[in-house]
Design a protein around this ligand. Structure first.
Ligand SMILES: [Zn+2]
Length: 257
């Protein structure tokens, strides 16, 4: 048995195979529980007070049983439609010309938080064995980061041309890049940061033009082409833009619409 990283541990099976498992510290767990599934492999749910060495020894005692079950899964694994969820080690934000590396630190506590440790490096800390909780923490970070960067971007486009919006909300909408309410409130999707700059600018102009025309009439397109001469080709490129979004950034099942 080799200790590989903070929360992923290796286990040697009786037949010599080595498998990876994840330790999930759960305050409510009273004892050690092994969850085995074809999709996620072995997940060990443990109470916070259990000593790590003891935990690994207890799991090793079950190696026979784990080995048998895992062999059974090999036969059906090809039926699983999606990749097992993984925690991103790095990602790019083309809209801001930024590259980020992500580090995970397992700490006591049942929550997970993400913060910038130094330029280009994010640390996700807490119960990081929970992949979905890590994704969720990164999505909250993305929303905060997008609010900081999209607010001045919107203002810098709107102000010189005298367009007045009442408020900006940066959210993680599932299906919309942006919207503009009749009261002049603009919403922008934090996932815009995964798009190239010209597409982000297009979306911002698009929503700003809704301050002038609430619909997609010919008059709306006239305004939009005035501010953004390449509006038609940019609009066409938006169709595939969702492909640039990594699945962890999408709320829900990670399914892109
Ligand atoms: Zn529109």
């Amino acid at each position: 048995m080799v200790h590989k990283d903070a929360d992923h541990v290796e286990l040697v099976l009786p037949d010599g195979r080595i498998i990876d498992y994840v330790i999930q510290i759960t305050p409510k767990a009273r004892s050690l529980r092994l969850k085995l599934s074809a999709r996620d492999g072995l997940v060990v749910v443990a109470p916070p007070h259990l000593d790590r060495q003891k935990l690994m020894a207890l799991v090793a005692e079950k190696a026979d049983w784990i080995g048998e079950r895992i062999s059974g899964f090999d036969a059906v694994r090809h039926l699983i439609p999606t990749e097992p969820p993984a925690r991103p080690q790095a990602f790019d934000l083309p809209a801001l010309a930024e590259s980020w590396r992500v580090e995970y630190k397992l700490t006591r506590g049942c929550t997970v938080g993400a913060r910038i440790e130094q330029p280009g490096r994010i640390v996700v800390a807490g119960a990081v064995g929970d992949v979905e909780a890590c994704h969720s923490a990164l999505r909250r970070w993305l929303a905060r980061h997008a609010t900081i960067s999209l607010s001045p971007w919107l203002e810098n486009l709107a102000e010189p041309v005298g367009l007045h919006y009442t408020d900006l909300a940066v959210k993680n909408q599932r299906t919309r890049w942006g919207s503009c309410s009749t009261t002049g409130r603009i919403s922008l999707n934090c996932k815009l940061l995964f798009l190239p700059r010209d597409l982000v600018r297009y979306v911002i102009w698009h929503e700003l033009c809704h301050l002038l025309e609430p619909n997609h009439s010919e008059r709306f397109w006239m305004h939009l082409r005035h501010f953004e001469p390449a509006a038609d080709s940019l609009h066409g490129r938006m169709r595939d833009a969702w492909k640039a979004v990594p699945s962890w950034a999408q709320r829900g099942k990670g399914l892109l619409l």
